[in-house]
Design a protein around this ligand. Structure first.
Ligand SMILES: Cc1cc2nc3c(=O)[nH]c(=O)nc-3n(C[C@H](O)[C@H](O)[C@H](O)COP(=O)(O)O)c2cc1C
Length: 442
C-alpha cells in the first residue's frame, strides 16, 4: 500500500429520497423520510461509518407545484424539505467527524445572516461546517423573494463575488485568542483582537464585526458548483471544494485541468481546491446482478414523474408517444447546456422518450456506474489516476439503501487498494480534506 497515492475525498449528497426521481416508491426507502429528522441522521451516521469527508444538503428555495404534464404534480418532490442550516444544527451534536455542508443562495440571502449562521454551525460542530455557494437559477425561487424572474447570470455572479468576500471577511472578525475569560483581571475578551470589516461595495455595506468566535478550522469550507465561465472564476478564486457534473474521464480531466489552472492568477496553489464530480454507483454481487438492479430501478420510474423531469428541460412531451423517438426539443435558456447534453445522448443511443427519462431520471445526468464493487472501485481509481477528480460527490439512487451498500461493499475495496482512509486524519473538515488554514488579517 503506497502512502503517496492521493486518497479519494468523499462527500454524500443527501438530496430528497435519493437521485432516483421515484425513489420514495421503493419498499426499502422510508416513504415519509424527507420529513423526518431520523432519515438524515441515519444517512449522516452511515456516511461517518464510511469515513466520508462530508454530508451535503442541496437547497432550492421553492416548492414546485408545476403540473406538467397534467397529473404529474404530487407524485415526486421538487424543493421543500427542512431548511438546511437548521437541519445541520440538529445533526451537529449527533455526529463527530463528518463535515456538514449546506447550501445558501447569494442571490436571495444577506451576507451578515449567512456568515453568522455558518459560523455558528461551525462552532456547534467543532470545525466541521461548509457553505455551498449558489447563485440560484429558477424563477420559481425568485417569486418567493419579491421578484417575478431570476436575475441574469452575470448580475447574479457579480453579487456573488462580493457576497463571498463579505462573508469570508466577517468570518475573519476575531483572532483565535480573542476570548480571555480572565476572571481575575475582569477581562472577558480583548477588543484589540476584534476587527470591524467596514465593507462598502457595489451591493453591500457591512460594518461588522461578526460576534461569533473564530472557527477552529480558520473558517468554514467554501463549496461551489458553478459550471459557467463566471461560476468557474468564482470557484477558482474562492472555493475549497468544487462539485461538477462529468460523464467521461476525458471531459472530467479537461474540466479539472481548466479549473485548477485558473487558480494561479489568484495566488492559490492547485492542491488547495478539491474537485469532486458526482458519481451514482449501482452495486451488485456480479455485473449481471448490478444490471438487473439498475433495470428494476428504471422500470420503477412513474412515467408521469419521468415526463415531469424531462419537461423542466424540454417542455411538455406528453403529446408524443412514450415509446417513440425524442422530438426536436425546445431548449430552456438557463439550462441549455444540460438539455443539449441529454438530447445528444438520446440521439446517439437512439433512445425513445421512455428510455430517455429511464436513463437520465436516475442521477440527473451525473456519472452512473453499474457493476461489482471492484468495477466501481476501478472506475473511481481511473478518474483519480487520470487527474479527473480529487474525490467524488456520492449520489445515492435510493436513500439510505444505496449509501449503505456503497459503504459496506465498495469502501473496503478502496481501502484495500490504499485509495481511501482507514480512519479520519483530523477533527475538522479542513484537516480531513487536507486543506491549509486560510490566512488571517490579524
Ligand atoms: C452537485 C451539484 C449540486 C448543486 N446544488 C445546488 C443547490 O443546492 N442549489 C442551487 O440553487 N443550485 C445548485 N447547483 C447548481 C449550481 O450551483 C450552478 O448553478 C449550476 O451548476 C450551473 O452553473 P452556473 O450557475 O455557473 O451556470 C448544484 C450543482 C451541482 C453540480
Amino acid at each position: 500500500m503506497s502512502q503517496t497515492k492521493p486518497r479519494i475525498k468523499l462527500g454524500l449528497s443527501m438530496a430528497g429520497y435519493g437521485y432516483h426521481h421515484s425513489a420514495w416508491l421503493h419498499p426499502e426507502v422510508p416513504a415519509d423520510g424527507v420529513n423526518t429528522f431520523d432519515f438524515y441522521l441515519e444517512q449522516a451516521r452511515i456516511a461517518e461509518r464510511g469515513l466520508f469527508d462530508m454530508a451535503f444538503l442541496a437547497d432550492f428555495v421553492t416548492f414546485s407545484m408545476i403540473d406538467v404534464p397534467k397529473g404529474a404534480s404530487g407524485r415526486s418532490l421538487r424543493g421543500g424539505g427542512f431548511e438546511p442550516l437548521t437541519l445541520l444544527a440538529a445533526l451537529a451534536p449527533q455526529t463527530r467527524n463528518i463535515g456538514l455542508v449546506a447550501t445558501a443562495s447569494t442571490t436571495f440571502g444577506v451576507p451578515f445572516h449567512v456568515a453568522r449562521a455558518f459560523a455558528s454551525i461551525d462552532q456547534l460542530s467543532h470545525g466541521r461546517a461548509g457553505w455551498n455557494v449558489v447563485t440560484s437559477f429558477q424563477d420559481e425561487e425568485a417569486v418567493n423573494f419579491g421578484s417575478r424572474a431570476i436575475l441574469d447570470k452575470s448580475s447574479r455572479y457579480d453579487r456573488a463575488e462580493e457576497f463571498v468576500d463579505v462573508v469570508t471577511g466577517l468570518w475573519d472578525s476575531m483572532a483565535p485568542d480573542t476570548f480571555l475569560y480572565d476572571r481575575e483581571s475582569g477581562r472577558l475578551f480583548d477588543p484589540a483582537k476584534v476587527r470591524a470589516l467596514n465593507h462598502e461595495g457595489k451591493h453591500f455595506s457591512v460594518r461588522g464585526p461578526l460576534g461569533t468566535p473564530r472557527s477552529v478550522q480558520g473558517r468554514p469550507i467554501i463549496v461551489q458548483a458553478g459550471a459557467s465561465e463566471e461560476g468557474q472564476e468564482l470557484a477558482a478564486r474562492t472555493a475549497d471544494v468544487v462539485y461538477s457534473v462529468q460523464t467521461s474521464i476525458a471531459g472530467a480531466a479537461r474540466f479539472y485541468e481548466g479549473l485548477k489552472s485558473r487558480m494561479a492568477k489568484h495566488g492559490r496553489a492547485r492542491d488547495q481546491m478539491k474537485i469532486m464530480p458526482g458519481i451514482l454507483p449501482v452495486v451488485g454481487g456480479t455485473e449481471e446482478e448490478a444490471q438487473r438492479k439498475f433495470r428494476a430501478m428504471q422500470e420503477m420510474i412513474d412515467p408521469l414523474v419521468g415526463l415531469r423531469y424531462l419537461s423542466a428541460l424540454f417542455g411538455d412531451l406528453s403529446d408524443h408517444p412514450l415509446d417513440g423517438p425524442v422530438p426536436d426539443l425546445r431548449k430552456d435558456k438557463e439550462l441549455a447546456t444540460r438539455a443539449q447534453l441529454i438530447l445528444d445522448l438520446a440521439r446517439k443511443n437512439d433512445w425513445s422518450i421512455r428510455q430517455l427519462y429511464q436513463r437520465t431520471a436516475i442521477g440527473n445526468t451525473h456519472n452512473v456506474v453499474v457493476g461489482t464493487p471492484e468495477q466501481i472501485a476501478d472506475e473511481m481509481q481511473a478518474w483519480m489516476e487520470n487527474k479527473a477528480a480529487d474525490g467524488f460527490n456520492f449520489l445515492p439512487a435510493l436513500s439510505p439503501l444505496s449509501l449503505r451498500e456503497f459503504v459496506d461493499e465498495v469502501i473496503p475495496v478502496l481501502q484495500k487498494r490504499g485509495l481511501y482512509r482507514t480512519e479520519y486524519e483530523g477533527t475538522t473538515l479542513r484537516e480531513n480534506l487536507g486543506l491549509e488554514m486560510p490566512p488571517t488579517a490579524h
